[in-house]
Design a protein around this ligand. Structure first.
Ligand SMILES: Cc1ncc(COP(=O)(O)O)c(C=O)c1O
Length: 392
């Protein structure tokens, strides 16, 4: 019998298992590796947050919460972003708790997109964006940021928006950025906001999950400068070392929130009650928990920058998150997968090939310094030996 229709969503069928996972599987056979590959904090969740979760369990806080989340959590989240980022959202109608930033992004994109819509994704990018856009039968339009310091160039953005006209539904921003560690300053945010304001039908989705990990400058949210058109995505995974707890947050004007909440309800009903209870503690008593982690990240970042620059890796200025995106020195002439594979085989140091983050990442490697200083120092020594040997 011939199949008259595909059994699966064709976009799901075409999607590959994450290239990061594939690479990881491949190099895992090399034995004991120093992995500078992880996209999650190496710190433990602060004790006072764990205690709050225990109280929630013992107090039988075990029922579904309201769809948008436990109100004291939405209030705590609204207060947190008001105090830290000058954002103003009504906790009753404009703040939602989700299952990680991942579900926040999924709910937002599924709410906005119709088949054939286009979404601008600056590249290199966190691969989830492309998958979600494609599953919704929409089309990603990539803007290569590698020639503009891994920031979205206003003139290029303007041109790209104009070129796609009425089909363009959204633009995804991610600062501080995974994989490059770059972030934007107030003047840059304002310039982008001014452009988008002239296209009121285009929604900005601003993934600000690394907002608490910004070095030497204040974090600026797109929600401050383009409130009416922006969905701000955030969460506790990175700020409070809580990746496994799965708590994300959406801040968006009421007309967007009231639609997104329907999709969120269909996907998950609500986020975990225990996690939400603990999240109140994180966003109140623990509102500055990220500071001590950030200090340590910054020390590690400086060690890596110094070591790699001495070896002629060009590095995008890493002002946020815990990643370094470094250009592979020219003499290697290899693509990023081959470079990382050989490096892992010879030195037992694993980095992620830049091409895993889109074509614009080819020729680069992503190094995560969410690892101990001793592992980082040892890895830098091994990379030093490898590069010097291969440069002769
Ligand atoms: C840019 C970016 N957005 C979203 C996420 C997903 O975060 P969560 O663990 O809250 O789902 C990650 C995780 O690595 C990320 O790097």
């Amino acid at each position: 019998m011939t199949m008259t229709r595909p059994l699966f969503n064709t976009e799901v069928l075409k999607a590959e298992i994450s290239q990061i996972r594939q690479f990881d599987d491949k190099v895992s056979t090399f034995g004991d590796l120093i992995r500078l590959t992880l996209g999650q904090p190496d710190f433990k969740t602060p004790d006072h947050i764990k205690e709050a979760a225990k109280r929630a369990i013992d107090g039988d806080f075990s029922f579904y919460t309201p769809t948008a989340g436990y109100l004291p959590l939405r209030q705590a989240a609204a207060d947190f972003v008001r105090e830290k980022y000058r954002l103003n959202y009504d906790p009753k109608t404009e703040v939602q708790a989700t299952v990680g930033a991942t579900e926040a992004l999924a709910a937002t994109l599924l709410t906005l997109l119709n088949p054939g819509d286009k979404v601008i994704i600056p590249s290199p990018f966190f691969s989830l964006y492309e998958s979600l856009v494609r599953y919704a039968k929409a089309e990603p339009i990539f803007i290569d940021t590698s020639a503009t310091g891994f920031k979205v160039d206003p003139a290029i953005l303007k041109k790209t928006i104009a070129a796609h006209g009425d089909c363009l539904k959204a633009v995804i921003f991610n600062y501080p950025n995974n994989p490059t560690g770059t972030t934007w300053n107030e003047a840059e945010v304002k310039e982008i906001a001014d452009i988008l304001r002239t296209y009121p039908d285009v929604i900005a989705i601003s993934d600000e999950i690394y907002s608490e990990i910004v070095y030497d400058q204040p974090f600026v949210s797109l929600g401050e400068h383009l409130r009416d058109q922006t969905v701000v995505i955030n969460g506790l995974s990175k700020s409070h070392a809580m990746t496994g707890w799965r708590l994300g947050l959406i801040f968006a004007p009421k007309y967007l929130s009231e639609q997104i909440v329907k999709t969120h309800q269909s996907l998950v009903t609500s986020a975990s009650s225990i996690t939400q209870y603990a999240a109140v503690e994180a966003l109140t008593a623990g509102k500055n928990d990220a500071l001590s982690m950030k200090e340590q990240y910054q020390k590690r970042r400086d060690v890596v920058i110094k070591a790699l620059r001495a070896l002629d890796f060009e590095i995008a200025e890493p002002t946020g998150a815990f990643y370094i995106f470094a250009r592979i020195p020219e003499q290697f002439g290899q693509n990023s997968f081959d470079f990382c594979y050989e490096l892992a085989r010879e030195t037992k140091v694993a980095l992620i090939p830049g091409a895993a983050f889109g074509a614009a990442g080819e020729g680069y490697v992503r190094l995560s310094y969410a690892a101990s200083l001793s592992d980082i120092t040892e890895a830098m020594n091994r990379i030093h030996t490898y590069i010097t040997q291969h440069s002769q």
